[in-house]
Design a protein around this ligand. Structure first.
Ligand SMILES: [Zn+2]
Ligand SMILES: [Zn+2]
Length: 245
């Protein structure tokens, strides 16, 4: 059902919101990846019909947003205890594949693992407790002990942002409101003609305010703004290919 010749969809009537459970579902709303009944959740996937492999394409894009509570690792897995916006705690588990550990969001650094000795491993730095974690195309998974969680097989579907889930959602709310004020410095009351070059959201009167605001606040929100803005430009209702950026 994927036709590559389709023109770029114009998401005019699509109102993007991180609060939209159709595209940003909580754990209880995710499709199941090992449903014993073998049925396919048609709000997420095309009907596989009589296809012998039983694999069907998604019908939309979705992303699970959670807050990391703590992480731990075994020889075989990276384990994150997370909480979704309903307050439900569960585990997001990354399995080691062969020699290398699948690192969330860091495809290029997973080989070897010898990152120059002590200190934090890259995955510990990237996905810290307290961070918001985003898992594209997450499915709920029943683990061996019967607990419901999420098993990650494609680590590039996972990103982490240095702010809480609540903050991430509030930053999304902020971008939904059309800018009404004249361009004002985000840190003082002066006019702010200089935009942050990374996210283009915060504006400043000059270097001093920008530097101070970066230290105090913006370094924890800039990456989130960039991601949310990139998501906002897309139409989440039509599946074309898996988004990994
Ligand atoms: Zn200023
Ligand atoms: Zn920025």
């Amino acid at each position: 059902m994927t036709d590559a010749t389709e023109p770029q969809p114009q998401p005019q009537d699509f109102r993007f919101s991180l609060r939209d459970l159709t595209h940003f579902p909580t754990l209880s709303l995710l499709p199941k990846d090992n449903d014993p009944s073998g049925s396919v959740d048609l709000s997420y996937y095309e009907d596989p019909g009589d296809e012998p492999d039983g694999i069907s394409d998604p019908v939309k894009h979705w992303c699970l947003l959670v807050q990391i509570v703590y992480h731990t690792a075994t020889d075989k897995e990276l384990i994150y205890n997370v909480r979704d916006r309903e307050g439900k705690n569960f585990f997001v588990v990354f399995y080691r594949e062969g020699e290398s550990l699948q690192l969330p969001g860091k495809k290029e650094k997973e080989s070897g693992g010898g990152k120059g000795g002590g200190g934090e491993r890259p995955w510990q730095k990237y996905c810290k407790p307290g961070n918001c974690m985003a898992v594209m195309y997450a499915c709920s998974h029943v683990f061996e002990d019967g607990a419901l969680g999420v098993q990650v097989t494609e680590s590039e579907n996972v990103k982490s942002f240095p702010c809480s889930l609540d903050t991430f959602l509030l930053l999304g709310d902020e971008l939904e409101e059309p800018p009404t004020k004249p361009k004002q410095c985000s840190a003082c009351d002066k006019p702010g003609p200089h935009k942050c070059a990374r996210c283009s959201v915060r504006q400043y009167c000059g270097k001093d305010c920008q530097t101070n605001d970066w230290k105090e606040r913006h370094k924890n929100e800039c990456a989130a703004f960039q991601q949310i803005n990139a998501w906002r430009e897309r139409d989440w209702r039509e599946f074309d290919e898996y988004w990994i950026d």
